[in-house]
Design a protein around this ligand. Structure first.
Ligand SMILES: [Zn+2]
Length: 128
């Protein structure tokens, strides 16, 4: 595997945007079984994904990844929150601060409690 290590030396490799492109490629590849016209997009995707992995222009690839992360920040936060909601569903409740709309996690089953928002320091009552 030495040749592979030498070959990959100084190359960009995989980042979040690369993972996203690869997953999109897999989905498109499956869809193209039913819609052959999509195979063009598949080729383009896999070529671009490989090009980014093997690229030696760190700066440009990093900028693309930053752009991707910035564009998907909302959806990634949303998905993370859904994941946590599910994970802590037995012990915690998620609610929004009525003043600043910050998401808060509070313990479940404590009855009526007064919550102090850590973000805007406003207080409000809620039954959990
Ligand atoms: Zn608040």
């Amino acid at each position: 595997m030495k040749w592979l290590r030498n070959f990959m030396y100084g190359r960009y490799g995989v980042d979040q945007f690369g993972n996203f492109l690869f997953v999109t490629y897999i989905i498109m590849a499956i869809l193209s079984l039913f819609f052959p016209i999509l195979s063009f997009i598949c080729y383009a995707l896999i070529i671009y994904t490989l090009f980014r992995m093997l690229s030696k222009q760190y700066y440009k690839r990093r900028a693309e990844n930053d752009w991707y992360l910035q564009k998907t920040e909302g959806i990634r936060k949303f998905l993370k929150r859904q994941q946590n909601k599910w994970k802590y569903r037995k012990t915690h409740k998620y609610l929004k601060c009525p003043h600043c709309h910050q998401y808060l996690r509070v313990p479940k089953g404590k009855g009526e409690i007064t919550i102090t928002c850590p973000s805007c320091h406003q207080q409000f009552d809620k039954t959990t």
